[in-house]
Design a protein around this ligand. Structure first.
Ligand code: 5GP
Length: 187
């Protein structure tokens, strides 16, 4: 079935659109201008968190009118369910030493904040000069954990969302917008 699903069928699994393609484009450009100004005169290393941050990294890095380095990490998150476990495991580590580097973690979404809070301390403990976080989406739960997300794309409700890199069971990452997955898809 996978290879033959029509785009309209994929879209029918989406209950409602939360952030449109245009809104993402505009907001990512705004964030890029803020980052250019905040990191003026400093080396910047973007660390994308696989796989959800692929679209954000691709768009943000191209919107940045300056040199950047890019690296990637993969950490465990939801698996194929829809609830955060809080258990973080490194599946793929950085390729380079980050001692003395200004690091900006690029993440798709901050929900409980557990993953990012752990990741930030992990990178700080490696001797980075600074570690900040950019999350395209932030859910209200994020307020409960003391993790400072410096750059937020959009604050969204608690619903389980897919698209723009976010998956459900590895599908829907390629949707160019962010939408709420219809409950019948996972209930
Ligand atoms: P946290 O530790 O902040 O609860 O969860 C972080 C990770 O959970 C994210 O990187 C993402 O992979 C996953 N996640 C949280 N909320 C959602 C959601 O609404 N949709 C999807 N697809 N993944 C989510």
């Amino acid at each position: 079935m996978r290879g033959t699903v029509e785009l309209s069928v994929v879209h029918s699994d989406i209950e409602k659109m939360i952030v449109t393609e245009d809104e993402l484009k505009v907001r990512v450009a705004e964030l890029a201008r803020a980052i250019e100004s905040d990191y003026d005169g400093r080396d910047l290393l973007l660390v994308g968190v696989l796989k959800g941050a692929i679209m954000a990294m691709a768009d943000l890095s191209r919107a940045l009118q300056r040199h950047i380095d890019m690296d990637w990490m993969a950490v465990s998150s939801y698996g194929s369910g829809t609830k955060s476990s809080g258990v973080v495991r490194i599946l793929k580590d950085l390729d380079r030493d980050i001692t003395g580097r200004d690091v900006l973690i690029v993440e798709d979404i901050v929900d409980s904040g557990l993953t990012l809070s752990w990741l930030k301390s992990n990178l700080e403990s490696r001797g980075a000069k600074s570690v900040e976080i950019l999350a395209i989406l932030r859910k209200p739960e994020a307020a409960k954990v003391d993790v400072n997300v410096k750059y937020v794309g959009f604050n969204i409700p608690t619903d389980f969302v897919v698209g723009y890199g976010l998956d459900f069971d590895e599908k829907y990452r390629n949707l160019p917008f962010v939408g709420v997955l219809a409950k019948h898809m996972y209930a």
